[in-house]
Write a protein that binds this ligand. Structure first.
Ligand code: DC
Length: 220
């Protein structure tokens, strides 16, 4: 059982969970768990090894042997800096595919629980409040329309000099929502007691403030 406060922030792809989680963690001085990065790392390894993404045993073996190092905002796998590589849409889609395997999810469970260290943790993902940290003091389910999520993603990609097509992005986002919500293992649904936060019409700062306000209601 955790002795530190965990704030779980779950939600669909490109809902802004990452930015909101980092913003909340920074204000509170908490650690952050970007659980999607663990699924992405597994997918990246699988793609590199040309493994069959549908082969649960093979992907589980890869997840179990994963030894990621998180240092200064960067992620290393076997000493290779994979911070940017795992952000590619191709890796995200592969992550969504390997995330359907129950045994893969179990393999990543302890790795995720270990992030709950003093003074506290903001955990970002799909099943943080429902499965990994059911004892979280605050559970937030962050949503936004597929259109506004695609627009935000386009902006992020543009800042990185990558051009993309809005219709393709809306389609990819809907495809991932569909798979993440309808899988039988830990589907993307609001956890019991989660507060729903629709950020379609909120700025990042307003979204962060709302989460902090809820936390302060719990820990005045
Ligand atoms: O948050 P993200 O886009 O980096 O996540 C990539 C994929 O990983 C996502 O499509 C589904 C999976 N995932 C998951 O199943 N459970 C989590 N807690 C986090 C991510």
């Amino acid at each position: 059982m955790n002795t530190v406060d965990v704030i779980a922030i779950d939600g669909p792809v490109a809902s802004g969970k990452g930015s909101v989680s980092s913003g909340v963690a920074k204000k509170l001085g908490f650690h952050v768990l970007d659980s999607g990065s663990l699924y992405r790392l597994t997918a990246y390894s699988a793609l590199t090894q040309k493994a069959d993404l549908d082969d649960e045993a093979e992907i589980t073996r890869i997840a179990q042997s994963l030894k990621p190092v998180f240092k200064d905002g960067k992620i290393f796998l076997n000493e290779e800096d994979v911070t940017d590589a795992i952000r590619h849409e191709e890796v995200g889609l592969a992550a969504s595919r390997i995330a359907v395997h129950t045994a893969v999810r179990s393999s990543l469970f302890e790795l995720q629980r270990n992030f709950a260290q003093a003074p506290g943790l903001v955990a970002d993902g799909r099943d943080m409040g429902s499965v990994v940290f059911p004892e979280a003091v605050l559970k937030v389910f962050l949503t936004a329309s597929a259109q506004s999520r695609a627009e935000r993603r386009i902006k992020q990609l543009k800042e990185k000099g990558i051009s993309s097509n809005i219709d393709d992005l809306v389609r990819q986002i809907k495809e991932r929502d569909e798979r993440d919500m309808n899988r039988s293992a830990a589907p993307l649904v609001p956890a019991d007691g989660a507060r729903i936060l629709d950020s379609s019409d909120l700025t990042l700062d307003e979204t962060i403030s709302q989460v902090l306000e809820w936390y302060r209601e719990i820990r005045p």
